[in-house]
Every structure is written in structure tokens, then in C-alpha cells.
Design a protein around this ligand. Structure first.
Ligand code: GLC
Length: 714
């Protein structure tokens, strides 16, 4: 083991000869003396174990988009990107490999394991006082990060992994999606419903349905003959089309992507050096070797087929990579089935046969049978497994940036650290379960810790049919997440916000409109978090040290101003909330915003379906605009703000053109709003270089109950 300085509070311990995974952007400093990280043992040629002691009160945060709580203790997890269609409690792995953890107790300490293969975590599960990490290899690096508190540890971690991807501002609008909008007529019908009902809409995601025979970079002539017009017409109304792209390339003579891939050797190979055959949506496919720079370049340029149609947003899917079956496994199962034809199968034989077909997808064996080329060396997928989705998305991100020359929307299902610089993520195939709304809430801070900000879940739930109540409650929570997308699987009941009758449609419309009113704040918070490497969504325990705050996993802090308290149970007219300090209850309803003082402690919050409710912290200001039908028509000429003030409050509203990369070099506008108590009165002032803002109307609630409105001309 060798140890090196990185920067203040950060050092790296290097075991063996780790590969460059693309996770970090920092350089190694001086070599230093170090004892090592926890207790590290070599258990075999491909197995290292790190063991650490946990104190009784330590909280363990992190692991990004994985299952479990905000506090990860008491459970096992794995980092091994997997197409996991059922996110049930016993599962250990999902689509992401986010290997950042933080132990918070007496101070805070973070660590990031830079390793591209399987890592298992036993966090106080087998032994309540131990954190055991099993790394499936001997070559890895552990970054150890100290800080005065949790926020500083996260900020330092983000300083070594580099600045995150940001979408264009329109990426923060409301998106409708569905696997099963089969034709361009269906898509037009959906948009028309939104228009007719006055529900804001920023875009429609296109699932597999738009492709010809599930072929990447193809558009079905039969079902989407008018794609170019569709994209143009929609865009005139400020509505974007976002198609899916899958990792597997259909094996079909004459299909350009397949032919080029074969010709230029772009596909992963078997041990014998032949292109590996997997099966996904189109049947048999080859998998591009995204770990090769030439392949990434080739793939990135392919997006031009779709950008030429005017498309500026994409979602990369099945890039764990998902494998439904491989030829060998399918043949084995089919042979066994044929051999048992007419047989009288006893229970054991029957189960044996059934199991050959069951769970045929994504078997671990598959990932040991195909190979990548990494720096001229042949490497089996298993060893670099978690880099596949990352590199597909790097290819897309780099390609799109160079083709479009302005920001694009990009989300990926599989991810690992390093990909955060190129794309956002969605949390994959959740179900229409109340517990998955809760999981969505708990995932947000961990995902921010891992460096991803443009994030959201399939609102309403992807698998199984949703119901009006779950959808509305989920729309209320997702109204705060940067990616706001309602997506569901084919075969389930439809779940557009207007499906459940007039009354529910009216509620959903108000919720989505309130989301648009919050976009100036949400964009500002997302951008400031990205720029500073801080978190947008934080657990209460980052700010409040009492035990009740540490135990609260169904409320979140958003920025420094807000506390979110979503309802996550059916048949509820509200919920119990925990307020660690006095706050003001905020209600956005029918274009009106109201504020009510609420004393600290356990409180009952009445929270109906027809509004957005949350809390504004003391000495805080929340800016917002009038709602609009899309981001393009958001008008902040008159900016509004609410303030809950004891002594003084300040908010700095970040804004920029929302589409160029100018933000990278500081091209942005800043508006500072200040409210101060002056004896019995309040004063409000603002300084702004934002050319779009003419005046700011601030509604102030004092902690003693006084209310006053101030109008500031800029
Ligand atoms: C995967 C994706 C899901 C998509 C489906 C069909 O399951 O996660 O979002 O709808 O594939 O493309």
C-alpha cells in the first residue's frame, strides 16, 4: 500500500495497481506515511476485505442510488450495476455503483473506493459494530476524506471527482413518459390533452416504440413517419421530444450500426475473440465496447441521426448492460424442456426445470464470458463491470456536446462515479408502491452525495398500475426533484395526470403549476450545489443534532431554506411532521401562496391533494415566479418571494441563460434579496444584475406574527 496527499483533508491509499476508472479528476500529491485504512486483509487473489469499527451512535451515509435508508446501517449492499426490475427489500444491488460512504458520529469522515468491479458492504448487519467491505480484487484506491462536518466532507469529495453535469433549464420542466405511446398519433394525443386541460408540459419521452425493430438510431417509418415535423411542431410550443437509446445493437445484416460495428471492431468479444452475442429487446444483439475511446467516439457521433431531427434530449437505458439471456443458457433450458415433454415431473424436477427459465436475465455468469479492450489489454467484463453504463453515457455526453454546442438533457439508468460529470440519472424500474415513494425520498441525499443532481424517480411508479392517490402524492414530492418525469410500463393502467377524473386532474394541474413557480429557486439551488459541490437535498441530521432529527428519514432539507414533508401513506389527510425548530408552513394553492407560523416539535400537518405544502425555515427567503406552461415562458419580470424573518434573511438567486455552457466560465446573474427587522418594521432590499428582473414583491411574515408586503424595484 502506498499513500499520497491529495489536498487539505484528503489522502489516498493505493493498494496494488488500480486502473484509471475515470472517477476522479485530482492528481496525486506527495507520498506520505500512513497506517492504512481500517483493517485491510487479502483474502485471496481477487478478494480484499476492509473492516472498520462502528460506534453505537455512528450514522453511515452514502452508497448513492441503492436501497435501504438514509442511514445505511443494519443492511448489506452491493455495487454491481444490475438491471433489477423489482426493487424489493431483500435486494442488495440496483443499477448504480456509487462507492462513497461517510461515517458521522464524533465528527465526519468520508471514503470513496475507486474500483470498477463488485464491492459488497455489510454495514453493521452481521456484526452490529462493524463495517465490512469486500472488494473483489486487490487493485483499488481508497480516498479518505476528513472535514469539520458532513457538508465539508461531501464538498471535498466532490472536489476530487469534478463538477457535475447540468441540464438546460428546460430539463427542470414536467415530462410525460410511457412505454407504450405506440405511434406519433398517440404522442400528439397526449400533448393535446395537456394543452386542452391547461396542464404545463415540457416534453414527452419516447420509449422503444419509436424505433424500427428496437434498432438504436432508427425511427419507425410506420409508427413515426413524421418524426421531424413532430419534433419541430412541438418545439414551437416549447415542448421537447426525448427518445430512448439502448446499449445492445441488433444483429441484422444491412443495419448500418451493426455493419459499422463489425467492420470497425466495436463490439465486446468472447474468449475466442468473436463478437459476443447477448439478447435484449431486439432479440440477439452485440454490445459496443464503450471502454474503447474509438468506440465511444463512433457511438457519440451516431446521435447526429436524431439531433438532425431537432432532438436535444436522450435517455440511455439497459446499460448495466442488461442481458435477457445468452445463447448457451437459453439452449440449455429449451433442451431440458423438450426432454421433459410428456414426463411426470415430481416437485424437485419441476422446480429444476422452472429455474432454468426463471431469472435467466442478467445471470452473473454472462459477465464472465465477454471481454473488453482496455488500454490494449483484454479484460473480462466482470472486472470492469461498473464502467459499462458510465462509458456509454460518456460517449453520448461528449458526442452531444460537440454536435449541439449547447446543453442537452441526458439521463442514464446505469451509473458509477465519474459519469456524474456527463449525465443525470433516473432511479430505474420502481413500482407503483407507497414504499417506493418513500425510497425515492431517502435516495435523494445519497444520490447528491455521489455527485448526481439531475435526478428523479418514475413518478407514479413504473411497474404495476398506480392509483390516483399515489400518483398525486408522488407528483407532490417530485415537484421538488430536478428531474420531474411521470413514467410507466406498458401493460399497466395509464397514469397521465389527467386520467383520474376532473377533480384529480385539477389537483394535479395545480401541483405541476406550483412546480413551475418554484423553478427559479430549484434551478438556483441545483446550480449552486453543482458549482460548490454541496448537496441540494440533505437529511435533517446534517443540520440538527438531536436524536429525533437523526431518526427522521421521510423529511428532507432542500437548500438552506426549505424542509420537505411529503405524505407517503394512503387515505391520509395529512401527516405528523417533526420540526427541529420553529418554521413557517408554506402552501401553494391555486396560484396563491400562504405562510403560517409553526412551533417546533411534533406537529400535525393537514396536507390535502390540491396544493403543495412544505416548510420555510426561520430567517429564510424563498423566491418564486408566477406559474407558466413551460420553462421558455417563465416570466420573472416580477419576481415574488416569501420570507419568514426573526432578525434578518438573505437569499442569493442564481440564474443564467439556461442553455449555453457559459456557466462554466462564470457567465451568470445574481440577485441578492435581503430582509431585515428594523425595530417594529421590516426593510427589504435587493441587488441584481439579472436583466430579466424588474421588481421583486416580498411577502414577509415575522416570527411574532406581523405580516407586511414590500416591493423592490430593480
Ligand atoms: C427498461 C427501462 C424502462 C423502459 C423499458 C422499456 O425497463 O428502465 O424505463 O420503459 O426498459 O424500454
Amino acid at each position: 500500500m502506498k499513500a499520497f496527499d491529495i489536498a487539505e483533508g484528503i489522502r489516498v491509499l493505493v493498494y496494488g495497481e488500480p486502473m484509471d476508472t475515470g472517477a476522479v479528476v485530482c492528481r496525486l500529491g506527495n507520498e506520505i506515511e500512513a497506517d492504512g485504512f481500517g483493517h485491510v486483509e487479502l483474502l485471496g487473489p481477487d478478494a480484499s476485505r476492509i473492516t472498520m469499527e462502528l460506534k453505537k451512535k455512528d450514522i453511515v451515509y452514502g452508497l448513492g442510488a441503492n436501497l435501504g435508508g438514509i442511514n445505511k446501517r443494519g443492511r448489506k449492499y452491493e455495487s454491481y450495476c444490475t438491471d433489477e426490475p423489482v426493487h424489493s427489500e431483500e435486494k442488495k444491488r440496483l443499477y448504480a455503483a456509487h462507492n462513497f460512504l461517510m461515517i458521522s458520529g464524533n465528527g465526519a469522515k468520508g471514503f470513496f473506493i475507486d474500483f470498477p468491479g463488485l464491492i459488497g458492504y455489510d454495514i453493521g448487519c452481521s456484526d452490529k459494530d462493524k463495517l465490512i467491505i469486500d472488494v473483489a480484487g486487490e487493485d483499488f484506491a481508497v480516498y479518505e476524506i476528513d472535514g469539520k462536518n458532513e457538508d465539508e466532507v461531501v464538498q471535498r469529495f466532490h472536489s476530487i471527482i469534478g463538477r457535475s453535469y447540468v441540464p438546460p433549464k428546460w430539463g427542470l420542466g414536467y415530462f410525460q413518459s410511457r412505454w407504450g405511446y405506440e405511434t406519433s398519433k398517440d404522442v400528439r394525443r397526449v400533448k393535446k390533452s395537456f394543452d386542452d386541460l391547461g396542464i404545463p408540459l415540457e416534453g414527452i419521452y419516447l420509449d422503444l416504440d419509436y424505433m424500427e425493430d428496437f434498432k438504436d438510431f432508427s425511427v419507425s417509418d410506420e409508427r413515426f413517419p413524421d418524426m421531424e415535423e413532430l419534433v419541430r411542431e412541438f418545439k414551437e410550443d416549447g415542448v421537447y421530444i426525448i427518445p430512448i437509446i439502448d446499449a445492445g445493437v441488433k444483429i441484422e445484416k444491412g443495419y448500418d450500426i451493426y455493419e459499422e460495428g463489425i467492420l470497425n471492431d466495436h463490439f465486446v468479444k468472447t474468449e475466442a475473440g468473436k463478437p459476443y452475442v447477448a439478447a435484449v429487446w431486439p432479440g440477439k444483439v452485440h454490445l459496443p465496447d464503450f471502454l474503447r475511446p474509438e468506440t465511444r467516439k463512433w457511438w457519440g457521433e451516431k446521435y447526429k441521426v436524431l439531433t438532425d431531427l431537432g432532438i436535444e434530449g436522450y435517455w440511455n437505458d439497459m446499460n448495466e448492460p442488461a442481458i435477457f439471456y445468452d445463447e448457451e443458457e437459453l439452449e440449455k433450458a429449451v433442451d431440458a424442456a423438450i426432454a421433459s415433454k410428456g414426463a411426470n415431473l415430481g416437485v424437485l424436477k419441476y422446480f429444476e426445470l422452472k429455474d432454468l427459465f426463471k431469472d435467466m436475465g442478467n445471470r452473473e455468469r454472462y459477465y464472465r464470458t465477454f471481454y473488453h479492450e482496455v488500454d490494449g489489454k483484454v479484460v473480462v467484463n466482470e472486472k470492469v463491470h461498473n464502467l459499462y453504463g458510465q462509458n456509454m453515457t460518456v460517449a453520448a455526453g461528449e458526442g452531444l456536446r460537440s454536435i449541439l454546442g449547447k446543453r442537452h438533457v441526458l439521463i442514464s439508468r446505469a451509473s458509477s462515479t465519474g459519469m456524474h460529470r456527463h449525465s443525470g440519472i433516473w432511479t430505474g424500474d420502481n413500482s407503483s408502491w407507497w414504499s417506493h415513494l418513500e425510497l425515492n425520498i431517502r435516495m435523494m441525499p445519497s444520490i447528491n452525495m455521489a455527485g448526481f443532481y439531475y435526478v428523479g424517480a418514475d413518478t407514479g411508479g413504473f411497474g404495476n398500475s398506480t392509483n390516483w392517490e399515489l400518483l398525486t402524492r408522488w407528483l407532490q414530492f417530485s415537484a421538488f426533484t430536478p428531474l420531474y418525469r411521470n413514467h410507466s410500463a406498458i401493460g399497466n393502467d395509464f397514469q397521465e395526470p389527467y386520467i383520474f377524473g376532473d377533480e384529480v386532474t385539477g389537483w394535479n394541474r395545480e401541483i405541476i403549476k406550483a412546480r413551475y413557480a418554484l423553478i427559479p429557486y430549484l434551478y438556483s439551488e441545483m446550480m449552486k450545489s453543482v458549482m460548490n459541490g454541496t448537496m441540494m437535498f440533505r437529511p435533517l441530521s446534517f443540520m440538527f443534532r438531536d436524536d429525533a432529527s437523526k431518526d427522521t428519514e421521510d423529511q428532507l432539507l432542500l437548500g438552506k431554506e426549505l424542509m420537505l414533508t411529503p405524505v407517503t401513506k394512503p387515505n391520509a389527510s395529512g401527516r405528523t411532521v417533526y420540526l427541529p425548530e420553529d418554521m413557517a408552513e408554506v402552501t401553494f394553492r391555486d396560484g396563491e401562496v400562504s405562510l403560517e407560523r409553526t412551533a417546533s416539535g411534533l406537529r400535525r400537518l393537514e396536507y390535502g391533494f390540491d396544493c403543495l405544502k412544505f416548510y420555510l425555515r426561520k430567517d429564510s427567503i424563498l423566491p418564486y415566479s408566477s406559474p407558466s406552461m413551460n420553462v421558455r415562458s417563465l416570466d420573472i419580470g416580477t419576481l415574488h418571494a416569501i420570507a419568514y424573518v426573526d432578525k434578518e434573511a438573505e437569499y442569493v438567486l442564481y440564474d443564467d441563460d439556461g442553455e449555453s455552457y457559459g456557466y462554466e466560465t462564470g457567465e451568470s446573474w445574481s440577485t441578492t434579496i435581503k430582509v431585515r427587522r428594523d425595530g417594529l418594521d421590516f426593510s427589504a432590499e435587493a441587488i441584481s444584475d439579472n436583466p430579466k428582473i424588474e421588481k421583486i414583491v416580498v411577502d414577509i411574515l415575522g416570527t411574532d406574527g406581523d405580516r407586511i408586503r414590500k416591493t423592490i424595484t430593480i
